[in-house]
Design a protein around this ligand. Structure first.
Ligand code: PEP
Ligand code: MN
Length: 353
């Protein structure tokens, strides 16, 4: 591990770094005359550190930065779920060459429209139905979701269609109730940094096996994103899926900036499946299909798509919702594209039969 230290450290300030190095069992060597570049080795190797070693140095005031990101192995980089990098939920499978499509309305709004959309996305080729019963809204005055009533409707939609359910949990106090219905927990972009929630969901996942889809925060670096997943993994589950949904850019042409470089990177740097959400990235329906295709080309193991037959009537995210027909068209295109990208589209078992 390589540390850049602050200039002109007093002996006691430098001492905090050397003491930490000793605690970690590391050998130290200055690489420059100014004594600001400090090389650390543990067990005779730059990569001999335990998870958390990097963070311990980052927390020290005397350390300006840790320069080498690759030498403090963390769970997201090393965890090997059942089969390397694969997560399954009901009929959906992410990773290992399998690509699954998650679709549904932004929010669960009423029984009739939820069942209508669930049937439409199941027929078109989704394996998981996604809709929020608890909605993280930017404004406290906006529709906040149906809560427990929404969960009951999702349960019914699963029974009717055979789709698994992906739904967001916002509050650690709701983890049990959401877990009773969800086949996959969603941690939304606004919650990515909520470590108490990540820990609670991780604990539930370790006990019950429910996978956790972690969305990237709107201004999160790739490393912060990975460390959010690490909170979940740290509780003893391996069933985590990363979701790139766009980060805040400076241009208003799209709602967010879909970071496909991060998708390609994450497929190399972590063992976790990666899903792309082109709906929240684009913020407009006409760009969803091209961004979905680009996500698959960049390595995505799944897609998360918002669908609504009457987007003008929705409480949230109407502008980015695909019509059921446009969604069916997108699925056909992805099914054609997937084999060229060494992946295959997973279908609902009942549709395959
Ligand atoms: C959503 O999935 O509907 C949502 C609110 O997304 P995000 O957390 O990515 O903003
Ligand atoms: Mn939404």
């Amino acid at each position: 591990m390589l540390l850049r230290l602050r200039q002109g450290l007093a002996p006691h300030e430098l001492g905090t770094v050397l003491d930490e190095a000793e605690r970690q069992g590391a050998t130290t060597r200055f690489l420059d005359e100014g004594r600001t570049l400090l090389e650390l080795t543990a067990d005779g190797r730059a990569s001999g550190f335990r998870p958390g070693a990097r963070a311990a140095f980052e927390d020290l005031w005397a350390v300006a930065s840790v320069l080498d990101a690759s030498d403090a192995p963390e769970l997201f980089a090393t965890v090997v779920p059942g089969e390397a990098g694969e997560v399954a939920a009901k009929d959906a499978r992410f990773g290992g060459g399998d690509l699954s499509i998650v679709a549904g309305p932004c929010a669960v709004e009423d029984r009739a429209s939820l069942l209508e959309i669930a049937r439409q996305v199941a027929d078109a080729g989704a394996t998981l139905l996604r809709g929020g019963a608890y909605k993280p809204r930017t404004s406290p005055h906006a529709f906040q979701g149906l809560g427990r009533d929404g969960l009951a409707l999702l349960d019914e939609a699963r029974a009717v269609t055979g789709l698994g359910i992906v739904t967001e949990v916002l509050d650690p106090r709701d983890v049990e109730a959401v877990g009773a219905v969800a086949d996959v927990f969603q941690i939304g972009a606004r919650s990515m940094a909520n470590s108490a929630l990540l820990t609670e969901v991780g604990r539930y996942s370790a006990e019950h096996g429910t996978p956790v889809l972690v969305k990237r925060g709107i201004a999160a670096t790739v490393r912060e994103f990975c460390l959010a997943a690490e909170y979940v993994l740290n509780e003893g589950t391996s069933r985590v899926v990363l979701c790139e949904r766009g980060i805040r850019g400076f241009d208003r042409v799209t709602r967010n900036l879909l970071d496909l470089g991060a998708v390609a990177h994450l497929k190399r740097a972590t063992k976790l499946p990666v899903v792309v959400d082109p709906s929240h990235a684009a913020g407009r329906a006409d760009l969803v299909a091209p961004l979905a295709a680009a996500g698959v080309a960049a390595g995505a193991d799944g897609l998360l798509i918002e669908v609504h037959p009457r987007p003008e009537t929705t409480h949230s995210d109407g502008a980015q919702a695909l019509s059921p027909a446009a969604f069916a068209d997108l699925v056909r295109r992805i099914e054609t594209l997937a084999p060229a990208c060494d992946r295959r589209l997973v279908r609902l078992a009942r549709v395959e039969a």
